[in-house]
Design a protein around this ligand. Structure first.
Ligand SMILES: *Cc1c(COP(=O)(O)O)cnc(C)c1O
Length: 391
């Protein structure tokens, strides 16, 4: 069994992928070919946003968004400690300071209450919420928030956007895992000031390599992100108005993504059915496991189907039993970012974000893709249900 079965998907669209690639080979515009603009337009329309800027990865999409907001040394950007490293890495890469706020125990997403407490601690230096070392004495300017739609479920944007507005902050939606999901009738990638997604092969809309996209309504921000992605290009290629990066998407990647996007809405429905089946099967088991919570008016795209075990021992017991049965599982994420060696300089400690720390010991993900068969899910559930030695 595959954790993510990309081969079955490829069989469905192989001919289209090959003909799209053939088209690029024939016209030869490997950089900034017409497929790029067409993909931007298709995806912007799908999410319901004015502008889309294709780029080289989800990480670069986040980097471009921060660059557009002129984030740099002396700035603080708040985010979740329970996410992929890229979310916070880009903040540090620009010389700014990542500030973490713990997650909501139900959704795994940044908790608006914790966010407010972190903001107060940064502003007043009251010390009742963990902030990076030296943060309160320095003249750090809090610039914005990167909210992460973890495992495909959007953050509570009404709450986050209200906090941001009150404090004059930008909100970037890290939608690397949530392209295709919904929040209160709006699609992910349209829920904050700028949204960034990823087309890494394992993401809900994955390509055959790296790729990403930024979405924004504001035209000036769109232009800035595009310019930053093209070496700070101004009105023409040899007019460089800012220091940027080589952050373009390849035309070939866009050609592949067109074929993948053709069947994407259907795949989103299939993912939903797979997730519902999992929840139905696992809820019927007489075992201590927490299945994912999707609040009313939210729709996940199920980048991962992640469950919580009782403790670390139960998790490793379940994982090894599943492995013996040929069922792959994964742990996202085994170490919260505030405890990563790379962020040691921030001075955070064990105990600072108890929910993230607890979940990093208990969470694990089951195989998840649109083509998972009900029989396979029943098999997975049977293996999980065989748990012995616990009451
Ligand atoms: C995958 C991912 C990224 C980075 O995307 P890449 O395309 O791999 O650079 C950023 N944030 C989150 C939450 C992700 O899951």
């Amino acid at each position: 069994m595959q954790f993510i079965d990309l081969a079955t998907q490829q069989k469905r669209i192989r001919e289209k992928i090959e003909s799209n690639i053939q088209t690029v080979l024939s016209h030869g515009q490997y950089i900034l070919g017409s497929e790029i603009k067409q993909l931007e337009e298709r995806l912007a329309e799908y999410v319901g946003i004015e502008h889309a800027v294709a780029c080289s990865s989800g990480t670069d999409a986040l980097l471009l968004a921060l660059m557009a907001y002129d984030v740099g040394p002396g700035d603080a950007v708040l985010t979740s400690p329970f996410t992929f490293i890229a979310t916070a890495e880009v903040i540090s890469l620009l010389g700014a300071t990542p500030v973490f706020a713990d997650i909501d125990p139900e959704t795994f997403n940044i908790d608006p209450e914790h966010l407010e407490r972190a903001l107060v601690a940064l502003r007043d230096g009251l010390g009742d919420y963990p902030v990076p070392i030296g943060c309160t004495e320095s003249s750090l300017v809090t610039k914005g928030i990167i909210a992460v739609d973890l495992f495909g479920l959007p953050v509570d944007y009404d709450a986050i956007n209200a906090i941001a507005k009150k404090n004059g902050l930008f909100v970037i939606e890290d939608a690397a895992q949530s392209f295709g999901s919904q929040y209160k009738g709006k699609r992910a990638c349209s829920l904050a000031d700028i949204a960034c997604t990823s087309f890494f092969p394992a993401k809900p809309l994955g390509g055959y390599g790296d790729g990403g996209m930024c979405f924004v309504d504001d035209e000036a921000l769109a232009q800035a992100m595009r310019s930053f992605s093209l070496h700070g290009q101004g009105t023409h290629r040899y007019d460089n108005v800012r220091i940027g990066i080589n952050g373009r998407m390849d035309t070939l990647q866009a050609a592949i993504l067109h074929a993948k996007f053709d069947i994407f809405p259907d795949e989103v429905e299939k993912r939903q059915r797979v997730a519902e089946k999992y929840t139905e099967l696992l809820s019927a088991l007489d075992i201590d496991l927490v299945t994912p919570v999707v609040p009313p008016e939210y729709q996940s795209v199920w980048a991962q189907y992640s469950i919580l075990s009782r403790d670390e021992t139960q998790r490793s017991e379940l994982q090894s039993r599943l492995k013996e049965a040929g069922i792959p599982t994964a742990v996202y994420y085994p170490k919260p970012l505030h405890l990563q060696p790379a962020f040691q300089g921030l001075g955070y400690r064990e105990g600072d974000f108890p929910v993230s720390e607890d979940y990093s010991r208990r969470v694990f993900s089951l195989p998840m893709h649109p083509y998972l068969k009900p029989e396979e899910q029943e098999w997975i559930s049977t293996i999980i249900g065989e748990e012995k030695g616990y009451s």
